[in-house]
Design a protein around this ligand. Sequence first.
Ligand code: ZN
Length: 141
Amino acid sequence: MFQVTSSGLHRPAFRLSLRPQAGLTTAVHELGIMQSTLGLVEEHARRANATRVHRIVLRIGALAGVDPDALRFAFEVVVPGTIAAGATLQIDAVPALAHCAACQQDFAPETGFIFQCPRCGTLSGQVSQGRELELFRLELS
Ligand SMILES: [Zn+2]
């Protein structure tokens, strides 16, 4: 068994850049994300000459607009018949962080979409972390 990590590959294609689409329900949104994810998984497995996928690790930011439970459900729906059938899906939640330009420090926003620095009160629109939606690691053999 070996691992493929996003930090070891440095491929832009490894990062998903999907955003919620208007008019679609949440479940359909997550279904689309999972189909794209499995497409990437199959591509990486093929490139590594792997025949089995043991674990898929996704990093999902708190601001990514993705429901982890819906994602797990979508995985069960789309995984049968793919190379990832039987694999474990691990979802690592990434908490939101914003950057305060005045303090030059990151802070964890207390509410969803208003980022106000708890030290100096400055409002920040700079999200440092929390928009992640990426295939982080694969365990293949
Ligand atoms: Zn500040």
